[in-house]
Design a binder for this molecule. Structure first.
Ligand SMILES: [Cu+2]
Length: 98
């Protein structure tokens, strides 16, 4: 049980930062559209230097559609991107920008 408690504490610490351990990059932008059926969110994002991406408007797939329930169109957000085995990037977390 001690091990489980330690693990939960470690996850709690990770969750308090915006860049999760498994994230390749984090970004900032504004949500344009959300499609829960396909777990897709369209975001106009600022440049993401870690990926050498300029600012642009694009669709992102979320790792889980539940991740998109906390944000809405028109909202400024911060998000994390995790690299998929196939080489693309998926939203690993997304939350309203503070
Ligand atoms: Cu982009």
């Amino acid at each position: 049980m001690k091990q489980a408690t330690t693990l939960i504490a470690a996850f709690a610490m990770l969750a308090s930062t915006h860049l999760y351990a498994a994230d390749a990059a984090s970004g900032k932008g504004t949500v344009n559209r959300i499609d829960p059926a396909t777990a897709t969110v369209n975001i106009s994002h600022e440049a993401i230097p870690a990926l050498k991406w300029p600012g642009m408007t694009m669709d992102f797939k979320a790792a889980d559609k539940k991740l998109l329930s906390g944000v809405k169109p028109g909202q400024p957000v911060t998000f994390g991107l995790a690299k998929e085995a196939a080489g693309g990037y998926v939203i690993s977390h997304i939350e309203p920008a503070k």
